[in-house]
Design a protein around this ligand. Structure first.
Ligand code: LLP
Length: 432
C-alpha cells in the first residue's frame, strides 16, 4: 500500500510520515500542505554517495538537481550531505547562494541562459557552467574576459539515446532543444572552438537522457557514447577531458506496481561500463557527476488536502474535490502522471472506492488523477497523495490566484515549516 518507506499507519489508523500523524499535521498547519520526511531525503543522498564510494572509488559526486524541489532548506540539507547542486536558472542559483551553498559545487545548466544568468554564475564562481550551444559559448567568453575570470565548462551533448519515458521528459535524442548533436559534428565543432577562447576551459562533457527512467541500459549506453566522444576529442585535439556528467533521470515508485532498480544498481552498472570502456579506449577514468533530482526528494514527500464535496455521477464516476489541485500538482494535467492516494484518517481501512480526484480550479482538466483507489471519502477527510516530493512544489502556480501551500519537514518526531504558505498579500505583492 505504501510507495515509500517513510510512510506507515499508527494505532489511530492514521497515515504517518517519518512517524508523525498526517491528520495532526493537516490540523496544525492547514491544507493543502506539502510534507517531507527529511531523513528519507538524507538517506537518498547518502545512498548516492555510498554507491559512488563503493563502485567508483569515490571519484565522483552526486549533485542534487534542485529543479525537482528548490528552497533554501533543501539546499542546506544537500550541502550537509556533501552533495553538489544542479541549478538551471538565476532563481535557483540565488536560492542556493542565499542558503549558503558552496558555489564551487554548483553546476549551472540551461538551454538558453541569459547574459544576466551567465554573469551571476561568473560572479559567484560556480563550479561548472554547462554550456548548451555556440551562442552561449561566445557570450560567456566575452563576459568572462570583461570580468577577468577564467571559467570551467562542460558541453551538454545529445548522445542520441532514446530512453523510454514520456515525450516531454526525454531529452537525449537528436530532436531536442537541449545541447549539441553528435551526429552532425556540431559537438566536435564546439569543442574545437573552445580551444580558441582565452577565458574558458573545457573540463568535461555532460548528457542527460530523460527522466523517470527504469531501465539501466540507456544510462550505460549514454556513458559509452560519451566516453567514445572523449576519446575522439583526445585524438583530434590532444585534450583529455577529466570530468563526465551523466545527468539524472533515475525513476521512482509512484504506483504500487512500479519497481525501480535501487540507486546503487545504476552506479554499479554504469561504473562497470565506464571502467571497461576507458580501458578499451585508453582513457583515464573521469570524475563522474550524477544529477539525481526526483529520486532524492520524490519518495520523501506527500501532499495533504481536505476533502470538500464528493459528487457521485451514477454509472459514470465519483468526483472527490480537494482544496488544491493543478496549482500544487500539475503533473496529471501535463503528463498524465499517476499517483497513489488515500484517506489519511482511514489509512487502516480498505481502499475500495475508485474515484477521480479533482482540484478547485476553474478548469475541467484540473485533476490529480482518475480511477484512483481510496477509502470511502467524506467531506472533511484528510486526503494524502503520495510521492509528490519532486516536481510538485517546484511546478506549482498561482492560477486562479491560489496561494502555494506551505512546506513542512519532519524529522525526529518534530515538524517545522521550511516554506511559508503564500498569503493573500503575497499574491498581490507585485501588483501596482
Ligand atoms: N540534470 C539535468 C540536466 C536535467 O535536465 C534534469 C531534469 C535532471 C538532472 C534531474 O532529473 P531527475 O533525476 O529529476 O529525473 N517536470 C518533469 C521532469 C523534468 C525533468 C527535467 N530535467 C516531471 O515532472 O516529471
Amino acid at each position: 500500500m505504501f510507495v515509500s518507506n517513510c510512510l506507515n499507519v499508527n494505532d489511530k489508523g492514521h497515515l504517518t510520515i517519518g512517524g508523525m500523524d498526517t491528520v495532526e499535521l493537516a490540523q496544525t498547519y492547514a491544507t493543502p500542505l506539502y510534507v517531507f520526511d527529511e531523513d528519507e531525503i538524507r538517506r537518498a543522498c547518502q545512498s548516492y554517495k555510498a554507491s559512488i564510494e563503493k563502485y567508483y572509488g569515490g571519484h565522483g559526486i552526486a549533485a542534487y538537481a534542485s529543479k525537482a524541489f528548490c528552497c533554501k532548506e533543501i539546499c542546506r540539507v544537500a550541502q550537509d550531505e556533501q552533495m553538489g547542486l544542479d541549478v538551471v536558472s538565476l532563481g535557483e542559483l540565488y536560492t542556493a547562494i542565499q542558503a549558503g551553498f558552496d558555489p564551487s559545487k554548483i553546476y549551472f545548466h540551461g538551454n538558453n541562459k541569459t547574459p544576466q544568468e551567465l554573469l551571476a554564475a561568473l560572479e559567484h564562481n560556480v563550479g561548472r557552467i554547462v554550456v548548451d550551444n555556440l551562442t552561449e559559448l561566445e557570450i560567456l567568453n566575452q563576459l568572462a574576459i570583461s570580468q577577468n575570470k577564467h571559467v570551467g565548462i562542460f558541453f551538454r551533448i545529445k548522445p542520441g539515446i532514446d530512453a523510454h519515458t514520456h515525450n516531454f521528459i526525454r531529452t537525449g535524442q537528436i530532436d531536442s532543444k537541449f545541447g549539441l548533436a553528435l551526429e552532425t559534428g556540431e559537438a566536435m565543432e564546439a569543442i574545437q572552438k573552445t580551444l580558441e577562447y582565452s577565458n574558458i576551459e573545457l573540463k568535461g562533457l555532460h548528457c542527460h537522457i530523460g527522466s523517470q527512467i527504469f531501465d539501466i541500459e540507456p544510462f550505460v549506453l549514454a556513458a559509452q557514447v560519451m566516453l567514445k566522444l572523449m576519446a575522439d576529442v583526445k585524438k583530434q585535439t590532444g585534450l583529455e577531458l577529466q570530468e563526465l556528467s551523466l545527468g539524472g533521470g533515475f525513476g521512482i515508485k509512484y504506483l504500487e506496481g512500479h519497481n525501480p532498480p535501487a540507486y546503487d544498481t545504476y552506479m554499479e552498472k554504469v561504473s562497470q561500463a565506464v571502467k571497461q570502456t576507458c580501458k578499451e579506449l585508453g582513457l583515464q577514468m573521469p570524475f563522474i557527476i550524477l544529477e539525481p533530482g526526483r529520486s532524492v526528494v520524490g519518495p520523501a514527500g506527500i501532499t495533504l488536502y481536505t476533502v470538500g464535496c464528493v459528487k457521485e455521477i451514477p454509472n459514470i464516476r465519483t468526483y472527490v474535490s480537494v482544496d488544491g489541485g493543478m496549482t500544487d500538482n500539475p503533473r496529471y494535467i501535463m503528463y498524465g502522471s499517476e499517483y497513489e492516494a488515500m484517506i489519511a484518517n482511514k489509512a487502516d481501512q480498505p481502499r475500495d472506492h475508485k474515484v477521480t480526484i479533482a482540484g478547485k480550479c476553474c478548469e475541467s482538466g484540473d485533476l490529480i488523477g482518475e480511477n484512483m483507489p481510496i477509502q470511502e471519502p467524506k467531506a472533511g477527510d484528510t486526503l494524502a497523495v503520495l510521492a509528490t516530493g519532486a516536481y510538485n512544489y517546484s511546478m506549482a502556480s498561482n492560477y486562479n490566484r491560489i496561494g502555494r501551500p506551505a512546506v513542512v519537514f519532519v524529522k525526529g518526531g518534530k515538524a517545522r515549516v521550511v516554506v511559508k504558505r503564500e498569503s493573500l498579500e503575497d499574491l498581490c505583492r507585485n501588483d501596482l
